[in-house]
Design a protein around this ligand. Structure first.
Ligand code: PHE
Length: 430
């Protein structure tokens, strides 16, 4: 599982909705301009990297990015080609795509209820510094989310952002007091129908001044917490209609108190967002010592899967007309009609693991070979023998969203997977 910031043991992100995710499309980069916000705290080298990224996209009609900047064969870099290919896809900026439709519906809620007071950002560069992604939001130095197992590092000081909270500090310093940041976020993770190493989040942030909370008779923190809950309950009703909801106390390094909102949907409690009252230290460091603020982060795929009845997170990345043509700009209520259900094919694989083995690494290797044809990787057997050697057996489900796979094709994939797993993970096949 991806590391979450929530809870001490890092069950991160329930927000990873189906976490999610394609084929490169000729015009997929048309709107890609990845501007750096002017006061970005990236180092000059990082800025150069990002700018080069932009330039090469523009120069080459948006099809080629300066790949060498993002994917390098060097121990400080763990970004595979499959992840590189998602950079700049910007599903959230396509008005006819479920992710873009949902973003616009949330914008509409904020515009209506806060008379367009929220500034909107949806093209901040996903390459950020370690400082932005972690330090600026008070993620402890030893937090597991910082590990190479959980986060994509471009080099030791630059990552693909793993949450949109990475932009809080810079936007505060620029003087913004009400803002929404939407973007693609990246996390190394396991594989199933609701997890994908790239997904989309929207961050909301609101700053209050003393003349807002003082008349209420509440202390600043209680005032912000109450306002936050009211605002998000209103958003949930805007998106889902009259739903049952509940608040769960949780932990994030950057908020206190912290909460998760769950909604009751199809007989399940579904976690839809994380939020809380911003740690005073973040406000103090970024020019707002006398204010209080709230923040939330929601996973767009998770919500979109529910709202549009989308059964598999990989579909969001599909270019199949049978998927794309079902959605319309501005229409939240459309239910996706599966156009086919091709059978899955299961292959098992057993090996003796070593000390450095992780499931995230295994999934990365499998995705590197099979791409979006892999639907799920699950551990089905795990034992340690008398000599202390541990064996894992994984079941890989292969299934295309778009067509039937032939036996030959699957056998080839599995053969390659076995070979790559052996070579790259140093495990011993049983
Ligand atoms: N950044 C958190 C996450 O990705 C979500 C969050 C945002 C929580 C803002 C609280 C406040 O899990």
């Amino acid at each position: 599982m991806a590391t979450a910031f929530s809870l001490a043991h890092y069950t991160l992100f329930s927000l990873r909705t189906s976490s999610l995710f394609l084929h490169r499309r000729r015009n997929a980069f048309n709107h890609f301009s990845v501007p750096f916000s002017s006061s970005s705290s990236l180092s000059t080298t990082d800025k150069r990297k990002c700018r080069r990224l932009v330039v090469s996209i523009l120069e080459l009609g948006g099809v080629k990015i300066a790949k060498d900047d993002v994917v390098r064969d060097d121990p400080t870099n763990n970004v595979p080609d499959t992840i590189f290919s998602k950079l700049g896809m910007q599903l959230h900026r396509r008005n006819q795509h479920p992710i873009g439709i949902l973003k616009n519906a949330i914008y509409e809620y904020f515009d209506t209820n806060f008379s367009t007071k929220f500034d909107k950002f949806d093209e901040l560069c996903p390459l950020v510094s370690v400082k932005q992604n972690f330090d600026d939001v008070l993620v402890p130095a030893d937090h597991v989310s910082r590990s190479y197992n959980d986060t994509y590092y471009v080099d030791s000081q630059t990552v693909l952002r793993c949450h949109t909270s990475a932009h809080q500090a810079e936007l505060l310093r620029e003087g913004h007091t009400h803002f929404l940041v939407t973007g693609d976020v990246y996390r190394r993770d396991s594989i199933d129908s609701t997890h994908y190493p790239v997904f989309h989040q929207m961050e909301g942030f609101r700053v209050f001044s003393p003349d807002e909370w003082e008349p209420s008779g509440l202390d600043a923190t209680s005032y912000a917490a109450e306002d936050l809950k009211k605002c998000l309950e209103g958003l949930a009703r805007h998106l889902f209609g009259a739903v049952e909801m509940r608040w769960i106390d949780t932990y994030f390094p950057f908020t206190n108190p912290s909460f998760e909102l769950e909604i009751y949907f199809k007989e399940n409690w579904l976690e839809v967002l994380g939020c809380g009252v911003t740690e005073q230290e973040i406000l103090r460091r970024n020019g707002r010592p006398d204010n209080v603020a709230w923040a939330f982060g929601l996973g767009l795929e998770r919500l979109a899967m529910v709202l549009f009845d989308i059964p598999d997170i990989r579909l969001f990345w599909s270019n199949d007309e049978r998927f794309i043509s079902q959605f319309c700009s501005g229409q939240l209520g459309i239910k996706f009609k599966p156009f086919s259900k091709y059978p899955p094919c299961y292959k098992d694989m057993s090996f003796w693991i070593n000390e450095s083995f992780t499931e995230n690494n295994l999934c990365e290797v499998i995705r590197g070979v099979a791409g979006d044809l892999v639907e799920e990787v699950s551990l089905i057997d795990n034992f340690t023998n008398k000599k202390g050697m541990t064996s894992h057996c994984y079941r890989i489900a292969y299934r295309s969203m778009e067509r039937s796979l032939t036996d030959e094709e699957i056998n080839d994939l599995q053969w390659n997977v076995r070979e790559q797993v052996l070579n790259k993970l140093n495990v011993v096949l049983r």
